[in-house]
Design a protein around this ligand. Structure first.
Ligand code: ADP
Ligand code: TYD
Length: 212
C-alpha cells in the first residue's frame, strides 16, 4: 500500500492528541505500520523551533516571523520524518499540520492568509490525505487545555475570543477542502469519538487497498 497521511486539527484542548494516540494504537493493533507525530515539532530541529514559538511572551515574535518559524519547522518535519515514512508505505498520523498555520497565523494579525498560502505552495506543497477536525465549543476546549498546565501557553493566553474565531475558521476550512476533511463532534465521550475516527480511517485505508 502507498503511505497514508492523516492529520488531526481543532482548537486547543479539543482532544486531538488523545484521538491521534488512540487511532495510532488501533491501527497498529490491526497490523499497520504507523508513525505518530505532532506539530510544531516531530523532528529534532522542529522540536527545537517548537520551544521558540510556544514558550515565552505572547508578543515575542512579529506575526510574519512566527509564520516563518512554524513553516521552517514543518519543512524539517516533512523532509526528515513524514516524507521518508510515507515513501516506505507507512501511515503517518500528525497532531496538527498546515491547517493550523492557515488558522492561527493566517487569521491572527491582519490578513496574513495570502502569505501563509504562498509559503505553503513554495516550501511545503503537501496536504494530508485525510484530516479529522475535532470540533467543539471553545469554552470546553479552553478549560480542558488550561487543566493540563505546563509552560507552552503562548497561544492559550490569547483566550476565548481567539478560540471562537479559530473554531469558525476551521469549520470554514472543512467546507473549503471537503475531500479530505471529516468533522467530528469532540464533546462526546473519548471512546465514542475514537470509534467514529477509527471507522472513517478504516474506510479510507480500505479504499486505498482496493485501488492499489
Ligand atoms: P488537544 O491535543 O486537542 O489540545 P488533548 O487530547 O490534550 O487535546 O485533551 C485535552 C484534555 O482533555 C486532556 O486532559 C484529555 O485527557 C481531555 N480529553 C480529551 N478528550 C476528551 C473527551 N472526549 N472528553 C473529556 N475529556 C477529554
Ligand atoms: P499543540 O501542542 O497542538 O497545542 P494543543 O494541544 O493545546 O492544541 O499546539 C500548540 C499551539 O501551537 C496551539 O495553540 C496552536 C499553535 N500552532 C500555530 O499557531 N500554528 C501552527 O502551524 C501549529 C502547528 C500550531
Amino acid at each position: 500500500m502507498a503511505g497514508l497521511f492523516i492529520s488531526f486539527e481543532g482548537i486547543d484542548g479539543s482532544g486531538k492528541s488523545t484521538q491521534a494516540k488512540l487511532l495510532a494504537k488501533a491501527l497498529e493493533e490491526a497490523g499497520h505500520d504507523v508513525v505518530l507525530t505532532r506539530e510544531p515539532g516531530g523532528s529534532t530541529g522542529a522540536e527545537e523551533i517548537r520551544s521558540l514559538v510556544l514558550e515565552g511572551d505572547p508578543d515575542r515574535w512579529s506575526a510574519e516571523t512566527e509564520l516563518l518559524l512554524f513553516t521552517a519547522a514543518r519543512r524539517d518535519h516533512l523532509e526528515r520524518l513524514i516524507n521518508p515514512a510515507l515513501a516506505k508505505g507507512k501511515i503517518v498520523i500528525t497532531d496538527r499540520f498546515a491547517d493550523s498555520t492557515r488558522m492561527y497565523q493566517g487569521t491572527r494579525s491582519g490578513d496574513l492568509r495570502n502569505m501563509v498560502d504562498q509559503l505553503h505552495e513554495l516550501v511545503i506543497g503537501r496536504e494530508p490525505d485525510l484530516t479529522f477536525l475535532i470540533d467543539m465549543d471553545p469554552d470546553i476546549g479552553l478549560s480542558r487545555a488550561k487543566g493540563r498546565g505546563g509552560t507552552e501557553e503562548r497561544f492559550e493566553d490569547f483566550g476565548a475570543d481567539l478560540q471562537q474565531k479559530m473554531r469558525t475558521g476551521f469549520l470554514d476550512l472543512a467546507q473549503q477542502y471537503p475531500d479530505r476533511f471529516r468533522v467530528i463532534d469532540g464533546t462526546r465521550d473519548i471512546n465514542i469519538v475514537a470509534k467514529d475516527v477509527l471507522r472513517i480511517a478504516n474506510e479510507v485505508v480500505n479504499s486505498l487497498k482496493s485501488s492499489a
